[in-house]
Every structure is written in C-alpha cells, then in structure tokens.
Design a protein around this ligand. Sequence first.
Ligand code: ADP
Ligand code: MG
Length: 358
Amino acid sequence: MVEPLKTQIKMQNKIPKRGLSLTLILVFLLSGCVNNSSVEKYPFNFSGPTMGTSFSIKASQLPEGVKVYRLEKLINRRLTEINQRMSTYIPDSELSLINNSKSTGSQFISPELFKLISTAQEISVLTGGAYDITVGPLVNLWGFGPDKIQNQVPTDEAIQQALANAGYDKLKLTTRLLTLSKTQSGVYIDLSSLAKGFAVDEVANLLDAQGLTNYMVEIGGELYLKGKNLQGKDWQIAVEKPNMETRELQRILPITDIAMATSGDYRNFFEQDGKYFSHTIDPRTGYPVKHKLASVTVLGDTTMKADAWATALLVLGEEEGYKIAEQQELAVLFIIKTDQGFEERATPLFSELTKVKQ
Ligand code: ADP
Ligand code: MG
C-alpha cells in the first residue's frame, strides 16, 4: 500500500487561485488511488491542522496501555508548544517577540529555538548564504509571509531595502549561555524552512517515549518513518512529479527508520505577466529562485536537517546543489525539468538507501 501523497497539503494556504478547483479534484482522485480501507485500519491514525498546513500520524501498533485519546492530547500539546516558539504567524510567539524587538543586545532564547537557529546557521555557512533564515523580510515582501501582502513583484527599491536587513552574519549566538543577538534592529528570522521538520522529529520522539515502534509522522510533506507499515513492510512513500497543474507520482520509495523532506517550486508560487515566482527566495539576489531544478527530496537522520537542506539545495540549483550534496554525503533526489518532462539525478547515498530490498 502506498501512503497518500501528503505534499498536497502544502498548498492549502497559498494555492494560486486560478488552479484551485482543478487541484482539489486531482487531490481527490489521487486519494482514490490509495487503498483507503487499509489506511483506516491503522490503530492510531490522527490528523489535523498545524503550522499553516496539516499533520498526519499513523501507527501500525499501539503498545498495551497507550490510549488513543491520551496520545492525541500529548501530540496536540507538543505541536502547540512548538508553534508558540517558532511561528512567525503567532504575534506573541517567542520568535515573533525577537523579530519585533528593536534590540541589538543579547537575549536569552529557549534551547529549542537555539537548536533551530544554530542548525540553520551551519547550513548557511556550508551553502555560502544560499540558505538563510534572515530571508524573512524578503519572504514577506514577495507575499509569502505572515504579512497580509498581495503576491506581486516588488519594486527594486523595496528589494534592496529588505536585502539590507538580510544576511546570516547579522545573527550572533553564544552556545554556552544560549543567547542570540541581531547586529541590526531590522533583522527578521523565518524558520518556516525547518520548523515543520523539527516538529516531526519532536512528535517522533514523543511516540518513541510512549513505546511506539512502527509509525509515520508527517507535517506539510516532511516525514519521519519508523519500523513497518500495517502490512509489516517498509513504508512506501510517494514522491510527486513536480508538475504545477497535475498531481502524478514520480516514484515510490520503500524506506524506513529515516526522515524525508521535499522542497519544490511547483506548489507555492504566484504568476505575474506569464512568469512564475516561487516561495523559495535566493537571499543573495532577493528574487525567487528560477531554474530547471523543480524539486529536491532529502533523506536523513533528522527531519529538521532534511527539511532545511531541501530548501538550501533548491536555492543552489541542480549543479551547485548536487556538488554540495555529494560533498556533504547527503541522500538527495533532484528532479530537473527538461523539454521532454523530468529527469532524475540522485546522489550515491540516496540510491543506496532507496534500493528495493530482495
Ligand atoms: P518547501 O517544502 O517548498 O521547502 P518549506 O515551507 O519547507 O517549503 O520552506 C520554504 C519556506 O522557507 C518559504 O516559505 C520561506 O518562508 C522560507 N525560505 C524561502 N527562501 C529561503 C531561503 N533561501 N533560506 C531559508 N528559508 C527560506
Ligand atoms: Mg523545507
């Protein structure tokens, strides 16, 4: 059985209006391809909204004594806590308070926020700033952030202004004290590219602590898989063809005990004067990325890192991205647009991890 395509939920909030009805129909048809009766038989099958998207959690077995309603409550509580720290959409979240503060002095931050920001900073260094969580003002300017701004191409002047507040070197962390400072008051942090991954890891940790050993946790298309599915096999996860208009399968991956995250330019974008603008911004130029690389799927130990790397590699593009992925020994599948359709390019580790076991 193939798990339902969950990347579909990414577009719920930000779907380009012209494609709405078509996409909903296709989503419906697609879920029809999945064997829903066996989906329902999961003894734990919990889904709902979170982080501007939705989550889905399935467990093939529940240990004795673990009650469904209690587990649901624990998960909801953990997701709420994480949102209250990381969300730029919640005005009094820990991150929003930092973003809104004009202070350039050191501030104590929670270990969780510290973990996300320091992970992001490492990837920024490794990618020469292609990945950068201070991209926030640009994300907002292009209409992909919490500000209620219409999606449209901003003026050059506005882009230059937003760029003046961007740059990962404008954030300073001290590991011993867990403090953060901004070197300019206008610096604004956007953790959207890795917060969902972090939340997946946290829910997985919670399930581990409750003694669950066979489960799938998914938020907005980012996943962690453990043990076996209901049929006692490795999880079968669908990678979508990165088509803007249709929803088709590119590949089914038989994987387990692993995290998976996908970034693409094909769901969250807007169109102006016949041109497409993606929600992934190149912080070095201030413009949305535009190249032949349509999607990047990363496998890894943690969903947080896989999530961040997927965005980072999408910004870098198929050549530079592939080089860094190989250097860093990452497991990555690049799907590249060609005149004929799509072409795949996988790193050696990705091919190794997704080999069908005999
Ligand atoms: P995807 O699954 O397509 O990567 P995510 O929500 O995981 O989508 O990450 C994309 C989000 O990351 C954007 O909506 C934006 O908030 C933020 N972002 C955009 N460009 C960058 C960048 N260059 N570096 C870090 N974060 C970015
Ligand atoms: Mg991401």
